[in-house]
Write a protein that binds this ligand. Structure first.
Ligand SMILES: [Zn+2]
Length: 68
């Protein structure tokens, strides 16, 4: 079983990024897969999700600063 990885995909359509967790088999071309994900972007839903995420301020500064 392939491990789940976090992918940050830039979407040219809405000039935004989407975060996708996926366990891709080795046979999958990641570039093609990411391009397809970007093409399939539900821009309104992504924007709503981003707005919601912005409302939730980080309450744990240690966890928030650990992002590297
Ligand atoms: Zn979009």
């Amino acid at each position: 079983m392939p491990a789940f990885k976090k992918y940050r995909i830039h979407v040219p359509k809405c000039n935004d990024h989407m975060i996708v967790f996926a366990a891709l088999p080795h046979t999958v071309d990641v570039d093609q897969w990411m391009k397809k994900k970007a093409d399939d972007c539900d821009c309104a839903a992504l924007a709503a999700e981003k707005a919601k995420a912005r409302e939730q301020k980080p309450i744990n500064p240690i966890k928030a600063s650990k992002k590297t």
